[in-house]
Design a protein around this ligand. Structure first.
Ligand code: SF4
Ligand code: SF4
Length: 83
């Protein structure tokens, strides 16, 4: 199963990842001034958050690579909700 990690010590609280996520997986903790994960099940593994993060604070594991996208029915069903 896909896992996302936000490394607190690296997060500088810019909120770019929260804004770029197309499926609202990430949220912003205003008290801690850090990004948090609120809904990992909706992650479509686009990796936009990881690419945009200026601190390299976000990592994913067990992701489906794009080349497998059309062959993985479970993954397609998850994405279908957002089309
Ligand atoms: S983009 Fe990176 S530094 Fe900015 S809030 Fe998200 S995890 Fe933190
Ligand atoms: S990989 Fe894409 S869908 Fe998943 S949390 Fe990051 S921006 Fe959102």
């Amino acid at each position: 199963m896909l896992e996302i990690k936000i490394h607190d010590e690296s997060c500088r609280g810019c909120e770019l990842c929260v804004d770029v996520c197309p499926t609202d997986v990430l949220a912003f903790d205003k008290v801690a001034h850090k990004a948090t994960i609120q809904n990992v099940g909706d992650c479509i593994a686009c990796l936009s958050c990881a690419f945009i993060c200026p601190s390299g604070a976000i990592t994913h594991s067990n992701i489906h690579h794009v080349k497998n996208f059309y062959r993985d029915l479970d993954f397609c069903r998850r994405v279908e909700r957002f089309l």
